[in-house]
Design a binder for this molecule. Structure first.
Ligand code: FES
Length: 270
């Protein structure tokens, strides 16, 4: 098959011989991630409206400390009331959100996407970039990205905690001081959040290396090979899982905020 000859002699930023809409993907990433960052920053520092009935916003889970002015948050929390010596701008979300955000920020897929979208390094394949030198991820500061595998361990624990939150989101007050089983719209949304975050987390490149590495002959380790195949299967659509889970976790928080602030009756199916 004949390939067109590409001569990359241009040096001005964003120059290219490409005729396609190469800029579309970076612009979409910039818009999508930008909107998420703005919304998440607002919610993290709002420090309110993160609980409604059995629903806990994933932005605030695990809820280490509750707040006196947020109804039921102290009884939902792991360690009771937020200590008074912690500054007020440190909300319960600030205490824990570094973990999932760090996991995403250092994700191999997101790195490729936001390097292009946020600092044009490069803007796209065969598109000239603004920088002069290249230090890669072998030196400071980007060498820090190698911490991703450690964020993975924390992220796996968080998926387990969110699965427990989903279980709790199936039990509603029965009006007599007890609990009764039910499925509300919030239960379904929080359940979907666990599935999508699980699909993203368990398709991680680092996890693939973790379960498929070390042994020389994977075919001689059937359990490990099967796990490796499962992780690889999820990994093939890692970008899709990344965007679906990012969108869904934001919508999950938004839903909890809506029912907590409007008193809108969450429909319980049974
Ligand atoms: S590579 Fe994307 S989550 Fe690990």
């Amino acid at each position: 098959m004949a390939h067109p000859e590409l001569t990359l002699t241009e040096h001005r930023p964003f120059q290219t011989q490409r005729q396609d809409t190469w800029w579309l993907q970076p612009v979409a990433v910039l818009t999508g991630l930008g909107l998420f960052i703005i919304y998440a920053t607002f919610r993290v520092f709002e420090g309110n409206h993160f609980i409604h009935g059995p629903y806990l916003s994933p932005f605030y889970s695990p809820l280490l400390f509750g707040l006196t002015d947020v109804a039921h948050s102290i009884e939902h929390s792991w360690f009771g009331e937020m200590p008074s010596w912690i500054p007020v701008f440190i909300t319960p979300a600030v205490l824990i959100l570094w973990a999932p955000l760090g996991f995403r920020f250092t994700c191999y897929y997101y790195r490729g996407a936001y390097y292009k979208a946020f600092w044009a390094d490069p803007p796209s394949c065969t598109v000239s970039e603004p920088r002069k030198g290249y230090r890669g991820e072998h030196s400071f500061p980007l060498i820090i990205q190698n911490i991703h595998r450690y964020f993975l361990y924390v992220a796996i624990v968080i998926v387990g905690i969110l699965a427990y939150d989903f279980w709790k989101a199936l039990w509603f007050d029965d009006g007599n001081g007890g609990k009764t089983f039910g499925i509300g719209i919030g239960s379904i949304i929080l359940g979907g959040n666990v599935i999508l975050l699980g699909g993203y987390t368990f398709g991680c490149h680092s996890l693939r290396h973790l379960v498929g590495g070390i042994v020389d002959l994977l075919s001689k380790a059937p359990v490990r090979r099967n796990i490796y195949n499962c992780v690889s299967c999820l990994n093939r659509k890692h970008m899709l899982w990344a965007w679906m889970s990012l969108t869904w976790v934001g919508l999950s928080d938004l839903y909890v905020r809506i029912v907590a602030t409007t008193g809108w009756q969450d429909y319980i199916t049974f």
